[in-house]
Write a protein that binds this ligand. Sequence first.
Ligand SMILES: Nc1ncnc2c1ncn2[C@@H]1O[C@H](COP(=O)(O)OP(=O)(O)OP(=O)(O)O)[C@@H](O)[C@H]1O
Ligand SMILES: [Mg+2]
Length: 316
Amino acid sequence: MELQALTSTNFYFKNQTAFYRGKVRDVYTINQDVLVIVACDRISAFDHVLPRSIPFKGQVLNAVASLFLDQTQNIMPNWKVSTPDAHVTIGKRCDAIPIEFVIRNYLTGHAWRVYKEGGRLLCGNKLPEGLKENDKLPTPIITPATKAVSGHDEDISYSEIISQNILSKSRLDELCDNALALFELGTKYAASKNLILVDTKYEFGLFNNQATLIDEIHTPDSSRFFYGDTYEKLQNEGKQQRQLSKEFVREWLMENGFQGLDGQLVPDMPDEFVMSISDRYQELFNAMTGNSLVKRDYDNILDTIENNVNNALNII
Ligand SMILES: Nc1ncnc2c1ncn2[C@@H]1O[C@H](COP(=O)(O)OP(=O)(O)OP(=O)(O)O)[C@@H](O)[C@H]1O
Ligand SMILES: [Mg+2]
């Protein structure tokens, strides 16, 4: 049987004024101020959308983001208004700030690659000597990246964000404080579930000139998680961490000759591999919430989503 997944949508809602397809999500603008974001089951790696979609991935992203948007309302306002369907969030359209606020508490991924090559300064943050991959940093650091319209995002420092007039100092300070507070809450929540929030990325926008949290938060696409109970032991033994993230997808692609470089072809992804990715996303959901995912029904999914969104739009 062919695996069922939601690869893309192509709705036309009442008062729709724009449509944008991101790598993972389909973004519909209603009038000027409402967004309908469908978290599809597409998966991206190395900034490429992969040819196979992952069953239940969009549902996991939508549920995890929604959980944390609800939990962080005391820290700052966010864009979410409702989640009328397992794959959909509806909320306020904001003027997106073109900076990704990446926060890292461990030397992992891009930060580790810079460090390994001898770099000791990351987006203006000094890194101490003597660290190895996945070691904890003295304090969480903010390593912002520009949100490029096309191509790869690039590191940018606190002072460059101000000198390039992307944000005023006071707005940037406000957002950095918010990002750290969000990260602290995510870290504590994860710890209560025996998980380590390794690093994550936040996006902010302005709504009536008020700083507002947008996009997804603390999802396996925007964050890395390690298992807490095995962290110390694996680190002391110099072994790889047990990760709950897309890292193993990247590793599989690299083993199969793909790192997202020009001219490289994405290898065929067999069903078993697609299912194993789906299982990982569900495992993350289970670990994060303590509940097992109630899998949505994929029969007539497009009609169901359209109806659910229309009903929700009718009452706002
Ligand atoms: N409330 C909001 N207001 C405005 N834009 C938003 C809001 N929430 C999310 N977005 C934007 O919607 C898009 C979500 O799509 P997705 O994450 O799939 O795209 P992406 O591939 O990460 O982004 P892009 O293609 O823009 O680099 C992102 O560009 C994100 O910045
Ligand atoms: Mg995104």
